[in-house]
Design a protein around this ligand. Structure first.
Ligand code: PXG
Length: 459
């Protein structure tokens, strides 16, 4: 593709395409980047730039780009049976096989799946199914969901309401009724003088306070991402989730783990619930379930919920045309086969995870970095004006964007949320590629520091 083609596409894009989570007027002026190819951990744009994608697309390309097997499976399934639904007493073989495979992979008795096309739809499904679960047991008032400020559970009406992003609530009059939020376990930004453990317990106990305030007979479920992704990779202290689980059990509140980002190996475990040592009643899956090659979401329910829905639930008045789409489920099966056969999760634990942790900690020594946090293959660097203080830059977000732009010019895709640089590479990243990421990230931090006149700049 030459320059003219890129420009022509940008003009058409600006004229006709609204981009999600963007200031579209500003973007139209700037021009979009057009991606044309992906291989392993790299993507290329239409101007020939090769970029190390340390963000795996949008937290999702777990097995890396360009795996022909997934295309072959999709093509075969499309040719044989492109579509059939799971309504009308029917289903298809890949959909049944994926349901059984997910039941095997997911921890504990999360043995029952409902398929959607995205994480957002999966969370919408949960809202309806959980309220139904309580209602058919004679507790229709046990319908309140508790989420967290800055949680992210999607962009649909229920997803964005369950999430706690103020900016999203402002658009369209959210949250919908009977969804409330407690504070997030973000120690770096909000922990003050407390130790991470003291803070973890304090934030978990806000759940108990909220349940008691509303009355346990009103609270249906608590929903949270094991590690808050979109908010900025907030990794809670290790005592947070066990305390949340204890409180949920005490008041018979269902525990929902949104594993859309964390699932399928991201933390060096199949699911982050295993890393934190908790057993959710419900789990949301998407993204890594197909490594982003094709849209698919899923909700996993435990035996207790499934039994009630089966025995008392009557007709399930919920479903999408593409619930259990055979092409998507076939691709998910192949993706999971590759994750298993190539031992990607084990490789993170034994090899690349510890190496990335070492190099990430070295980035934490840069004068601009106030904290380097990481679990497995997901992490953040908090940029600060003055180490070791944990204060923010006055114009929050501007420095993160500057660093992200330097990184892009250096051939590295990192995400910026506020002034944190986020990392979530394909799980297949090698030691050499981790070194390449390190060098490019360090250079970008140096350039940012130099532009701000901060710290000692390396040669
Ligand atoms: N839950 C979590 C934890 C997510 O991260 C969703 C649900 C919704 O999934 P779908 O497939 O409907 O997008 C997500 C999605 C960001 C960003 O800015 C993150 C997501 C989506 C868009 C932007 O990091 N995650």
């Amino acid at each position: 593709m030459n320059h003219l083609d890129t420009h022509a596409l940008q003009v058409l894009d600006a004229a006709h395409h609204l981009h999600p989570f963007n200031d579209n007027a500003a973007l139209a002026k700037r021009g979009t980047r057009i991606l044309t190819k992906g291989e392993g951990v790299y993507v290329w744009d239409s101007e020939g730039n090769k970029l190390l994608d340390a963000f795996a697309g949008l937290w999702c390309v777990n097995i890396g780009y360009g795996r022909k097997e997934l295309g072959e499976v999709a093509s075969k399934q499309m040719t044989q049976l492109a579509y059939y639904n799971s309504f009308f007493s029917c289903t298809t073989e890949p959909t049944v096989r994926l349901a059984a495979k997910l039941a095997e992979l997911c921890p504990g008795d999360l043995n029952h799946v409902f398929f959607s096309n995205s994480g957002s739809e999966a969370n919408d499904t949960i809202l309806r199914m959980v309220r139904h679960f309580w209602a058919v047991q004679g507790q229709p008032k046990k319908n309140v969901f508790i989420g967290r400020l800055n949680g992210y559970h999607g962009s649909t009406v229920a997803g964005a309401s369950l999430g706690g992003m103020k900016g999203m609530h402002a658009m369209g009059g959210l949250p919908i009724p009977d969804i409330v939020h407690i504070n997030q376990p973000y120690w770096f930004g909000e922990g003050g003088d407390l130790s991470p453990e003291e803070f973890g317990l304090q934030r978990a106990r806000e759940l108990e306070d909220k349940i008691l305030e509303l009355g346990p007979d009103r609270v249906a479920a608590f929903i949270g991402e094991p590690i808050q992704g979109a908010a900025g990779v907030f990794i809670p202290p290790m005592n947070y989730w066990p305390e949340i689980e204890r409180i949920c059990r005490k008041y018979d509140v269902l525990l929902v783990a949104d594993e859309v980002i964390c699932g399928f190996g991201r933390t060096g475990h199949w699911f982050a619930s295993e890393y934190f040592g908790i057993q959710p009643d419900i789990m949301t899956l998407a993204k890594g379930i197909t490594s982003g090659y094709i849209p698919l979401g899923a909700v996993m329910f435990n035996d207790r919920i499934s039994k009630v829905l089966m025995e008392k639930g009557g007709e399930l008045a919920h479903g999408y045309t593409y619930s259990g789409h055979p092409v998507c489920t076939a691709v998910a099966l192949e993706n999971i086969r590759i994750l298993e056969e190539e031992k990607m999760v084990e490789n993170i634990q034994a090899n690349t995870g510890p190496y990335l942790a070492k190099r990430w900690a070295e980035l934490g020594e840069h004068p601009l970095v106030g904290e380097a946090r990481l679990v497995g293959m997901v992490g953040a660097l908090e940029l600060v004006p003055r180490k070791p203080s944990r204060e923010y830059f006055p114009d929050r977000g501007a420095v993160g964007q500057m660093c992200r732009d330097f990184a892009l010019r250096n051939g590295l895709i990192l995400r910026a949320t506020n002034d944190a640089m986020l990392l979530s590479p394909p799980l297949i990243i090698t030691r050499d590629q981790i070194d390449e990421m390190f060098d490019k990230a360090w250079k970008s931090l140096d350039q940012t520091a130099a532009a701000l006149g901060i710290g000692k700049v390396a040669a």
